[in-house]
Design a protein around this ligand. Structure first.
Ligand SMILES: Cc1cc2nc3c(=O)[nH]c(=O)nc-3n(C[C@H](O)[C@H](O)[C@H](O)COP(=O)(O)OP(=O)(O)OC[C@H]3O[C@@H](n4cnc5c(N)ncnc54)[C@H](O)[C@@H]3O)c2cc1C
Length: 328
């Protein structure tokens, strides 16, 4: 059994207390949302935070709201995935996002897991997501402060895999983040990801995500498909999202294709989007070009389940499935 290390715990109740806690423990804290990922990481010695700052008592971080005047969807970062599944607003505006949520983890986990935590999920690797005792028997890898990648000998940087299910679709929908730093600010979701497995997130120091924002939401459509070994519960081995604006003549304006679990960050495949832009859902030629672009862009390595070559091919199939479902 893995035990939690001794750790200090704070539970701020307003923004001022949150800022004070983060300032006091700068560089030595982790924000605690649902804890479904972080608590495991603490038990395995994958997080060395000395202090947990719970977001659970802060007002205004929960809930899903549609601002009709601005045509904008706002989801509080502490909204659980179960709450997203049950939301009538979300089902109405973005049923594809509700379906993506239903593919994430499993029902008991979704009861606690939050959207903010999902966006900030750490990258994963067979050689990293292990107990401290297991890792101590091997040389430290890049992600543990060492100078080697154990999964891909000779690699010059960490190859751990971007494994969160919801960012690809939210990126395809051009989501933005409201963040609490010294005041309140905004950044695009795309800016959050570095693509570097050792340090995958770019959130400013002492910042907390407060809301996820999708503008022009009534014009948008998006869908996500994933491949995993166990359909009831598993991280993705490949994930593909397609988002954009549907037009009246059964085609897409400004499509975006984003891959998950096929590199250390989400991959936006501009060539696939260009191939599908303005093309009818019946256009098999456009689909074949987009599929080829996705397969070429995917960069899996042998550090999670299933063979890399197979995951590459599956990525193309996932895009094909989304596109062919549009014909129904
Ligand atoms: C068995 C199992 C299966 C899983 N399967 C999947 C899966 O299929 N797909 C998937 O995507 N995930 C999966 N997960 C991972 C995890 O459950 C989800 O990603 C979940 O959404 C994380 O949310 P949380 O609220 O529990 O985050 P936490 O564990 O509380 O936090 C995760 C990280 O996010 C940071 N964080 C949390 N909230 C904020 C915020 N508002 N601002 C800034 N930083 C923040 C934390 O500091 C921490 O670094 C699985 C986990 C388990 C245990």
């Amino acid at each position: 059994m893995l035990n939690l290390p001794k750790i200090e715990y704070c539970r701020p109740e307003n923004d001022e207390e949150l800022a004070a806690c983060m300032g006091e423990h700068q560089g030595n804290f982790s924000l605690l949302a649902g804890g479904t990922a972080l608590v495991n990481d603490l038990k395995r010695g994958l997080s060395d935070a000395g202090v947990l700052i719970s977001l659970g008592a802060l007002p205004g971080l929960k809930g899903i709201e549609y601002d009709r005047d601005r045509d904008c969807l706002l989801i509080g970062s502490m909204t659980t995935l179960a709450e997203m599944s049950a939301s009538a607003v979300l089902r109405d505006l973005l049923p594809g996002l509700v379906r993506a949520v239903s593919l994430t983890a499993a029902p008991p986990i979704r009861n606690r897991a939050t959207l903010g935590g999902n966006l900030c999920l750490d990258t994963r690797c067979y050689y990293y997501n292990q107990s401290l005792a297991w890792r101590k028997l091997r040389q430290p890898c890049f992600k543990c402060g060492g100078e080697a990648c154990l999964a891909v000998p000779g690699a010059r940087k960490c190859q751990s895999v971007f494994s969160a299910d919801l960012p690809p679709l939210l990126l395809a929908l051009e989501a933005k983040l409201e963040i609490h730093t010294e005041g309140t600010g905004e950044m695009s979701l795309a800016e959050l990801y570095t693509g570097d497995g050792a340090a995958p997130h770019n959130l400013p120091e002492n910042a907390c995500i407060t809301k996820i924002i999708i503008d022009e939401v009534s014009q948008k459509w998006g869908e996500y498909r994933k491949f995993r070994l166990r359909k009831s519960i598993d991280f993705p081995l490949a994930g593909v999202a397609l988002g954009g604006r549907k037009t009246s003549n059964r085609s897409f304006k400004q499509p975006r294709v984003v891959l998950g679990a096929l590199a250390s960050g989400p991959l936006t495949v501009a060539e696939a989007a260009a191939a599908l832009s303005g093309k009818s859902y019946n256009d098999r030629n456009a689909l074949q070009q987009a599929v080829a672009a996705v397969v070429a862009a995917a960069k899996p390595v042998a550090n999670i389940g299933s063979r890399p070559g197979y995951r590459k091919k599956v990525a193309g199939v996932l895009l094909q499935k989304i596109w062919l479902d549009l014909q129904n």
